[in-house]
Structure formats: structure tokens, C-alpha cells
Design a protein around this ligand. Structure first.
Ligand code: HEC
Length: 152
């Protein structure tokens, strides 16, 4: 029978190994999946704003929360496009790396539209809110048309 301090040492080792094993499995997701997760995070705040504007459930405070949440996550996907990262699940098109100026311009347009919506959301001009939400939606689509390929 091992002494108590020895048993504690062994327990610590087991815990450390378990943690390492967990880290190894969680980092297995590839770049395509990581990016899609980041974009789904974008969708999570973008979509409910659209639902609100199309239906009758518009509430200014809730809308502002979504607009702020969108701003908080909007830039995150774009730091994850390293060259050579089109894997089995990725829908990224090679044009991302062969047309870097256009790729950057689409990002800038999107991020500016997100900023504008965040501002407009704080006012009471629903027509302007609709217009600026529409501008964000148009920039998602413009970028997808050029840089996102079909579902795999
Ligand atoms: C500057 C370009 C760009 C902008 C702007 C952009 N996307 Fe994307 N989006 C992409 C690319 C490229 C992918 C594919 C990533 C991959 O699979 O590696 C993608 C993937 C996604 C995905 C992942 C799931 C899937 O079917 O591919 C969602 C969801 C998504 N975008 C939603 C949006 C929404 C909503 C907006 C606007 C609010 C938006 N995107 C704006 C380029 C963009």
C-alpha cells in the first residue's frame, strides 16, 4: 500500500493526463470547422434581429443587445483564414488568398455595416434600422457569393 503523499502524487498525475487527453480531443477540430463555428456565432445575433424586423416583435432594448453582440463577434472569423486551410469541411474558396484586396474590402464593408447598425439601433427610426440591417445582410451575401463555395 502506497503512503498517502505518494497516492496524492499519483492522483495528480492521473488528473494531469486526463486534462491533456481532453485538450488533445478538443483541439482536433480543423480550421474549417473552427471558422464555421465563429460564423455561426455571428448568425446567432444576426438572425434574431431579422426575425424581429420581419415580424411584429421589435423591441428596442433586445435589438440593441443583439446589435452589440454582433459587433462583439463580427471580426473573429477573419483572423482564422491561414493559407492552405481548405480542409474536408471548409467552404472557403481559393479566391480568399488569390484576391486578398477584394477579400479585405468585403470584410471592411461588413464591419462598417455592423458598426452603422449598432449606432442606428440606438435611435427610433425603424426605417433606418431596417435599411442598415439590410446593408449588413447584403454584405454577408456579397462575400458569400465571391468567397464561399457550396455545402460539402
Ligand atoms: C468577408 C466575407 C464574409 C462575410 C462578410 C460573411 N461571411 Fe459567412 N462565411 C464566409 C466564408 C468564406 C465562409 C466559409 C468558411 C469555411 O467553411 O471555411 C463562411 C461561412 C459562414 C457560415 C458557416 C456555415 C456554412 O454554411 O458555411 C455561416 C453560418 C455564415 N458564414 C453566416 C454569415 C452571416 C450571417 C454573415 C453576415 C452577418 C456572414 N456570414 C458574413 C465569408 C463571409
Amino acid at each position: 500500500m502506497a503512503t498517502l503523499p505518494t497516492r496524492i502524487k499519483i492522483m495528480k498525475k492521473i488528473l494531469l493526463l486526463a486534462t491533456l487527453a481532453l485538450l488533445a480531443t478538443t483541439s482536433q477540430a480543423g480550421p474549417g470547422e473552427d471558422r464555421q463555428k465563429a460564423f455561426k456565432q455571428v448568425l446567432r445575433s444576426f438572425e434574431p434581429m431579422g426575425v424581429m424586423l420581419r415580424g411584429s416583435g421589435y423591441r428596442k432594448d433586445v435589438f440593441i443587445k443583439h446589435a452589440d453582440a454582433l459587433k462583439a463577434v463580427a471580426a473573429a472569423p477573419f483572423s482564422q483564414f491561414k493559407p492552405g486551410t481548405i480542409d474536408d469541411v471548409s467552404r472557403a474558396k481559393p479566391a480568399i488568398w488569390s484576391e486578398p484586396a477584394k477579400w479585405k474590402a468585403e470584410q471592411d464593408k461588413f464591419l462598417l455595416a455592423v458598426d452603422q447598425l449598432q449606432k442606428t439601433a440606438r435611435g427610433d427610426d425603424l426605417a433606418a434600422i431596417r435599411r442598415d440591417y439590410g446593408a449588413v445582410a447584403a454584405s454577408c451575401k456579397a462575400c458569400h457569393d465571391s468567397f464561399r463555395g457550396p455545402m460539402r
